[in-house]
Design a protein around this ligand. Structure first.
Ligand code: AKG
Ligand code: FE2
Length: 261
């Protein structure tokens, strides 16, 4: 992964070239404008409210529907993860059935720009869960997402580059911006134990160039999640929360892109 400066300081449109450049950390982000219509955003947000969110036990409230592989990183067997995928898929389908299938649309839209296709990650005949819905109006602390460190006992550890896409269905009145720091995360690994990746010390991004983008309703934004990133808190209002759904995209050694959350 390139640790030098990005070649541009702006978001590019999705293309074969920009996707490769993002995988190589040569550009800060790709934006797919108008990925969904206003009506689709509204129906998605309404379905999320109706389904109800669960909350993580971190200081700033982050609501979610679905599951993250990362939750299984310490002291939980892999079988538990794959067993829980089925229930999480049901909760996701309840939302998609009242709006649209966001994950399938990402596959359809991104697929033509890949070298060797894109699919939901799998190993040993089991599919991972892809597409976690989040409400993070109070912001998210500095963290990095890179499977070789976060998931050292899963097949996704073989990826050589990791991106994350997020579709924004509802946005705040103010704030909620995402900042990406060009400082690829490179912690010291102690065996197969994932290191702390959330609430990283500021030293890891000291002196790095940054890129901040606005999570505009209806758009998908993709960035390289090995770069530490954070979300600022903002001003919510009735019907104006920061509601998104996202998944990671990892490049496997055969260039196939694997998606999971
Ligand atoms: O919601 C966002 O803008 C970024 C969320 C995030 O941390 C990720 O996709 O890895
Ligand atoms: Fe992240």
């Amino acid at each position: 992964m390139t640790t030098s400066k990005w070649q541009v300081k702006e978001e590019l449109e999705l293309s074969k070239d920009s996707l490769l450049a993002l995988l190589n950390n040569e550009i800060p982000a790709i934006r797919i404008k108008n990925f969904a219509t206003r009506e689709e955003c509204a129906s998605f947000a309404a379905a999320v409210e109706k389904a109800g969110l669960k909350y993580y036990s971190v200081a700033r409230r982050i609501g979610y529907i679905g599951m993250a592989q990362y939750e299984y990183r310490w002291g939980r067997p892999k079988e538990d993860y794959f067993a829980d995928v089925r229930e999480a898929n049901k909760r996701q389908r309840a939302v998609f059935s009242e709006s649209f299938d966001v994950v399938q649309r990402v596959i359809d839209v991104v697929g033509p720009h890949t070298e060797n296709g894109i699919c939901v990650a799998h190993e040993g005949g089991h599919e991972y869960y892809a597409g976690i819905i989040r409400q993070a109006s109070e912001g998210v602390d500095l963290h990095a997402d890179f499977a070789p460190f976060n998931s050292p006992t899963y097949a996704i550890r073989h990826i050589t580059s990791q991106l994350g896409w997020n579709f924004y269905a509802e946005q705040l009145v103010e704030g909620g911006l995402t900042t990406v720091h060009n400082a690829p995360w490179d912690p010291v690994m102690e065996g197969d134990v994932p290191p702390q990746s959330y609430d990283l010390p500021r030293e890891v991004v000291a002196g790095a160039e940054t890129y901040t983008f606005s999570p505009d309703m209806g758009d998908v934004v993709i960035f390289n999640t090995r770069n530490p990133h954070e979300i600022s808190g903002g001003v919510a209002a009735e019907g104006r929360n920061r509601i998104s759904i996202g998944a990671f995209i990892g490049r496997m050694p055969n260039k196939e892109l694997f998606m999971w959350s």
